[in-house]
Every structure is written in C-alpha cells, then in structure tokens.
Ligand binder design. Sequence first.
Ligand code: F6P
Length: 530
Amino acid sequence: MDASRNSAAKLALQEHSEQFRRKEFRLSALFSPDTNSTDTNRFQEYSLNHEGLLLDYSKNFIHSETIPLLLDIAEQSQLPAAIDAMFRGEEINTTEQRAALHVTLRDPEAKTNTPEVSASLDRMEALVTELHDGKWTGYSGKVITDVVNLGIGGSDLGPAMVCEALASFATHKLCVHFVSNIDPSHLQSTLKDLQPETTLFVIASKSFSTLETLKNAEAARDWLLQQTDATATAKHFVAITTNLSAATEFGIEEKNLYPLWDWVGGRFSLWSAIGLPIALTLGMDGFRQLLAGAHSMDEHFRTAELKKNMPVILALLNFWYREYFDAHSTAVIPYNQRLSLLPSFLQQLCMESLGKSVDKQGAQTQHNTGDIIWGTAGTNGQHSYFQLLHQGTEFIPVDFIASANSDAEGGTQAHQHLLANCFSQSLALMEGKLDADSAHKVVAGNKPSNTLLLEELNPYNLGMLLALYEHKVYALSVLWNINAFDQWGVELGKELSSEVFAAMSAEADPDALDESTQGLIQKAQHWRKI
Ligand code: F6P
C-alpha cells in the first residue's frame, strides 16, 4: 500500500467531512431538489439491488463528491487485490498462516476444486435423511426425536440464529435445541423435558478444546449414562471438529465425525458441517438454498465494481463514520422478530473480527478500528433505547433490516404497521423535529442509517444477507489493515479462567492473584451452600 497516497486520500476526506459537521447542515436537505445538490434522485443514486435484497444508503452523509473520495480510500488500500486474494485462497489470516475460505463452502464448483467440501455435504445429507426418516435409533431402539447442539461462539450463534430466522421453513421432523453456556442451568433446563433414549447430541467445536462445550458434553454424556451403559455414547453423539482424535477419545465413532478445516474461521463456519442443526431443521434442500444465496453474494462481492458493490459500500460507510465522525457503535435493528438473534450473531462476526489495535505488520494502529455492534428486534427497541438514538449525545448510525413480506399467516395489517415503523424511524432519525415549543422536545435529526429490505425472509435471501455482512467485515479489515480472522484477545480470558479455577479449587495458591480477585473468590466460597 502506498501510505502517502492513502494519507492524502484521508486528508481529502477529513476536509470533505467538515461540511457535514456544520451547524446548518441538514441530511434531509440533500433530498430536496432546491438545494445545490447534484443528486437529483438520491434513492436511485444511492441504492443497490441484488436479487431479492435492496440496500438503500441514501440517508447517509454522502453526496456526489463523497463516494469518489471513499472509493479512493478503497483503491489506495488495494481492496480489489485483497478481495481476489481471499477468493484465491491466499494466506490472508497472517497471524495463523491460513487462508480464510468460507466462500468455498458455498461454491458449487467446490465439487471439483475441493472434493472434501462436497463429500462433507453428502455425509451431512445422509445423516439428515437417516434422522428425518426415523432410521437412526438410540440405545433402546427408539427413534431420535430431539437433537441438542453443544457449542459456543461460532459453533452456536450462526446455527441458532438461522434456525430461529427460518423457523417457518422447518420440516418439523425433529426438535433442535442449542446449549452454549457453561452455566449448568442452560443444559439442565434443556434436558428437563427430553428423554436420553430419543436424544442425539451434536458436539460442535472446531478445536474440541473449548471449556464450555467440553463440560456440557461431559454432563450430557453423564445424563445419558445414568440410564444405560457406555456403549450408548456412540449412538447418541456426533461431532463436528478439526480435532478428530480428541473427539474419538470422547467416545464418538469415526463414522459420526464430521470434519472441519483450519481455513474455516469459527464465526464464518455456519456454512460447513457446523450448520448441521440448520440442515436438520430445514432439510438439506433448505440448507443448500442458504448456501446458494451466500454464493450469489460472494459472486457479487468478487465481481461488482467497487461503487456498486454492496459489502464495499457498507464497509466504506462504517469507515466514514468511525474515522471522521467518531461513531463508537452501530445499531443493527431487524424489524423482523425471527431475526432477533441476528444482532448477537453480528456482534461476534464484527467485534471478534475487527476488535484489533495492531495492524497486519504488527504496529499499533493509528486510527479507530471495529466499533460496537448492538441491537434488538424492532419495534421493541423503539420503546426502550430509541430515545437515546433520537435525543442522546451519542452518534449512532443504524442498519435497519426488514422484509417486504411476512411469513405469518394473516396479520397483513400488523406487518404493514411493522414496516411503517421501520421506515418512519429512519425518517425520524434523519429529519428530527426542530420546531418545538420547548428545548426538551427538539429532536435534532441528522442521524444516518441504511435500510436493507428483503423481498422475503427465506433461506436464499438470508444466505445473501449473512454473506453481505461477512464481506463487509473483510472489506473493513482491509481498509484498516488489520487481520479479521484471528482472535488472540479471547485466548487470554481462557488462560486466566483456568488459573482462577485452580485457585478456587485449592489446586493453586490464591495469593498469586490480585487482591480484588482473591476477595471475590473468598466471598463466593463463604456464600457457597454446598
Ligand atoms: O470465543 C473464541 C472462539 O474461539 C470463537 O472464535 C469460536 O467460534 C468459539 O471460541 C468456539 O470455538 P470452538 O468451535 O473451537 O469450540
């Protein structure tokens, strides 16, 4: 990268940004034909369509001069070459010397290029068929009725979110449950209504070394073995992992092991066998539709010119606000109850990928990187935190997500109200209300937002939407010159939790810990009832 050219482009953007901070600037005025704006039809100019997905980014601090300046940054950061590098399978995860090839998992060409991917899909399909046809029986000969996914982070959030999002496409042949937390009440409350003889556990762990997942798997196995003998483990557990030997040691038969590869990052893994709960919920056709939608977005990201490239535009806008308007967070608000887990999924995707302060060369970054991603389903959020969006002192750009059609039976009018609320919130954030009889009632407006409108929420369109955010994250990492695919910070917490656990179990000297941690341990031990 040519650093001097890049900083010239940044300087130009810095100067350009000043006009949007002026007191007299009104975002809504950019839409009015009587301003000097050269954008005669902003919606047309600043929206992009890709199949059943529309991105309206017209309610942003941009006009005809802004986008070329942002695109300049993208060019200076060599984004096109970085996109090619990802698709070519180069080692873009530089700190772990790996490729990041989640796009291969949804590439129909993988059949010839990466036979292990299509072999894995075929094996998933065979398992789904066996379970759906009631051919997989438990230790007592009864048919499996419930599947419990034991995983955390990327081995939980994506599949759980997609299963919830696409519940109306479920085949209802099995009940699929998710247990992630090491808090024993999570597993216990899930198992309370299940029978060991009709329950299959999926241990989803890329590393097969994650404490939470292993402890839950051991507790699940104990629950099973209270009813029967150890040979039942083979009939009631399957695993998805790169660590095949550890899974075998746990008691899982080789034929029930589904491989994963180091070139699939945990938070990008729902497209692999980690997506088994999705395939079990929707059937394999639905899962393949999800992959096809994601692939379509991959092709768009790979081939569309930068100024018409949805993930690139979203990344540039995030960069714009983070760098020049000191935005600390982005709210992602799906106006669709079925997408209520999407913000949690995006938190991991974005914050684990972009929460870095050292660049790819190992130097401290001289600029802001990933912001905080948060949100809940609309309209509920309107009755809690929207007040702060409208009148608070934080500057928070919003991504609104909605679907033009509802999957609910009847309820058309209610769905129209839902959409009306979504569209009117972006309008209210933009326009505000200046003519009020008291300062308390003034709503400043000038708050930017994007709206992503799906024709309907179905497997294909959801695949597109998720791949869109994945590629936005990668594009941002390129603009910020950071590695989106490692997460070394998370490791420290894991190491310290074993040290603290050792001190709590009197296996290590608690005096080695700081006073606060010692005090907390003592008080918790003092209050412990057992
Ligand atoms: O929390 C860190 C992390 O490594 C995530 O990146 C990952 O998705 C999660 O833990 C679970 O890891 P695994 O699939 O190896 O159990």
